[in-house]
Design a protein around this ligand. Structure first.
Ligand SMILES: [Zn+2]
Length: 340
């Protein structure tokens, strides 16, 4: 091979290198680039070996031409290596993926509300009482002074398990069970699930949680009821104003619904309170003497008051949740916004 032919071959390889590199994505990893250029490297090695075919007086210039091509290759590889993404030991690792954060459980919004209510009443001297969710008709209705023709007893409103047994429609049976078991003074808070034959809609669910309270002692009056529940409202809702509206429940007489002044607007009216300035919180009343008697408590000597409220409804208004079904969908993307 003449010197001129050798130099021409070296220049051809140099041009070919530049053309090949231009077609390879700059983000390609360096070992992949070298793999793509394997046949080109073979040609370079071949050119190096054939330098012995150049006449001796031309070999120095042939070597210069060869080294220039090799240097061009080495420089290109170094530049590529510096610009390519960092390498890791794991060839499949995608460093652009978002990190996985450790998954931590939290309490459900309804549970948060229940715990907070429990804490307030615990400090007021109340004990937590629990009872069965499958109840007898007598505990669920009869002992609580429901007349036999009351519509709540209808199979269309209640989930009956069999003759005389049902899923409790409220947590009130626990009040009767407690009064049967313990002598006054009684101060209990009863959190638990209750069931109605309702279909899911934005404000109804066939299963819901309830919290009831009961206080029975000598000389207990409506004053105690108002004072205790107003104290609770002040601590839980941060509002000093409450109002009681006459109502009816079979198991209390007199009965009253309690509203608290809306903590969002201060009573002037807003979407949370539907423009009324008040939020319905609970139903309450003096325990009907017939209920005390049914539970074996002397209604001549003792009096009592009771209340009941729905923690889910309270959670809806507290966290501005528009639809009760969101609480039961188990959608973690929703729940983790509130869970603590
Ligand atoms: Zn309001």
């Amino acid at each position: 091979m003449t010197l001129q032919e050798y130099v021409a071959n070296a220049e051809r390889l140099e041009r070919e290198l530049a053309e090949r590199l231009a077609t390879i994505d700059p983000a390609t990893r360096i070992d992949a680039v070298k793999g793509e250029l394997r046949d080109w490297r073979a040609q370079l090695d071949q050119l190096q070996k054939s330098i012995t075919t150049v006449p001796p007086d031309g070999r120095r210039d042939a070597g210069i031409a060869l080294n220039r091509v090799r240097k061009r290759f080495d420089d290109a590889m170094h530049a590529r290596e510096a610009a390519a993404p960092a390498r890791t030991s794991d060839a499949t690792a995608d460093l652009t993926m978002p990190a996985r954060h450790p998954w931590r459980g939290g309490r459900h919004p309804v549970t948060l509300v229940i715990r907070e209510i429990e804490e307030i009443f615990r400090e007021l001297g109340f004990t937590i009482a629990l009872g069965p969710e499958a109840e007898t008709e007598w505990y669920n209705f009869g002992s609580l002074n429901f007349p036999p023709d009351h519509p709540a007893l209808d199979a269309h409103d209640t989930l009956y398990l069999g003759p005389g047994t049902l899923l409790r429609t409220h947590t009130s049976p626990v009040q009767v069970r407690t009064m049967q078991r313990w002598a006054p003074p009684i101060r209990i808070l009863v959190p638990g699930n209750a069931y109605r034959r309702d279909f899911f809609d934005p404000s109804h669910a066939p299963m819901f949680s309830q919290i009831e309270g009961l206080s029975v002692d000598e000389g207990v009056s409506f004053v105690d009821l108002k004072a205790t529940l107003t104290n609770f409202a002040r601590r839980f809702f941060g509002t000093a104003r409450t109002r009681f509206r006459p109502s009816f429940f079979p198991f209390t007489e007199p009965s009253a619904e309690m509203d608290a002044q809306c903590g969002v607007c201060g009573g002037s009216g807003c979407p949370t309170c539907k423009g009324t300035g008040w939020i319905e919180i609970l139903g309450s009343g003096m325990v009907h003497p017939a209920v005390l008697d049914a539970a074996g408590i002397d209604s001549e000597r003792y009096t009592g008051w009771a209340f009941g409220m729905g923690p889910a409804r309270i959670a809806l208004s507290r966290y501005a949740i528009p639809d009760i079904r969101l609480l039961y969908d188990s959608d973690v993307r929703f729940l983790e916004q509130i869970a603590r």
